[in-house]
Ligand binder design. Sequence first.
Ligand code: UDX
Length: 432
Amino acid sequence: MKLCVIGTGYVGLVTGACFANLGNEVICVDKDRGRLRSLKKSVVPFYEPGLEALVVKNLAAKRIRFSTDLEDGVRRSEVIFIAVGTPSKESGEADISSVIEVAKKIAAALRKHSSRKGFKVIVNKSTVPVGMGDVVTKILIERGVSPKNFAVVSNPEFLREGSALADFMHPDRIVIGAATGRAFNVITELYRPLNAHIIFTSVKSAELIKYASNAFLATKISFINEIANICERTGSDVVEVADAIGLDKRIGRKFLNAGLGYGGSCLPKDVMALIHLAAESGYETMVLNSVNDLNQYQIEAFIGKIFKALKKTKGKQITMLGLSFKPETDDLREAPSLKIVERLREKGVKVRVYDPAYKNRSVPGLDLYRDIYAALKGSDAMVLVTDWPEFRELDFERVKNIMKGNHIFDGRNIYEPKRMKDLGFIYAGVGR
Ligand code: UDX
């Protein structure tokens, strides 16, 4: 099939490269010329395992190409994906201006080429407030595109950073929100090679499914963090609790890891957007407000723990392990690390940082190290913020010898408290 993907950010590029790899002809459109220049040379502007190789392979096979010409891309394609960003505004509301701008450009392209009469399916991949499908449809009709010639579909993505390609190829479900069987059939055909469970819903339900899905994941995390906070005060161990409650099939063990809460580009933004969306429709959320509050509290409580244990903070040196919001990505959006560094510095603490994704990079204002042991040398405390696998494999005898102090603050509960104590550390996890 001939496809156009508008937006070469995370979602757009993964979608474009994967569909190309399935044998489709894909034009990826972006207005950022610099980004396209890099992509034409197979340089992916962010880190996602396997993505660069997939772009290289499909560029060579001429199944994918990159262009700034939206009109040409739209004109040549049967299916047009909108995959532009919908960041949070100050209020938490999703900023849909890029989607609107793209919809207007698609309308202009389709009106100009209406003589070609091809039926186009316009698919919203961006996470957008409920009702956006109607807004896009209205924009096209108002600009003279005949409703007979197109349909707007909502097809939310559920890709996780770090495992996006596998998530694309083996999804738990594919949601297709469409008003007509014709549009549904086109998109079903596109996904047929994946042999996945496909769910057909209304456009509005599909739009809400995305928010509800991320909000539920966030709720699980805040819930277990609340239990962790109770564990700390009652002498229970949240890992034991999570393991046991997770065996109940109705609950499940996934997303029950207590720690510093959820970060990244989706969960925080989508919870806020859903709170806002509900308020606009006249409903004040209760659960979601608490989910968000607890997520903020979790970082503050952790920082409080560090201050309390160190007593005097001025002049102390801390090594922070992990900068990215989660392992296998270099993404710093809503990363707890940044807030922790800021708050430690305010109190006169010298902070060294080590992250496997930032070994050979610099970030303004951060004291980044290439070697984990060099970073730990002479520090009063180790503060683990991201659960990168290599942090599990540390040589703790060596760590003990090179560190000045013996405090370990484990924000992701990756170490066994008893083992750490036996090794001579003063260990603090979350809820243990
Ligand atoms: C998420 C959704 O999983 C994905 O379906 C959606 O499309 C985009 O948002 P992602 O942001 O890549 O994906 O990260 P995810 O792996 O879901 O983790 C989100 C955050 O929750 C991370 O900060 C992680 O550290 C935290 N987390 C996750 C926990 O604190 N505890 C857990 O048990 C699981």
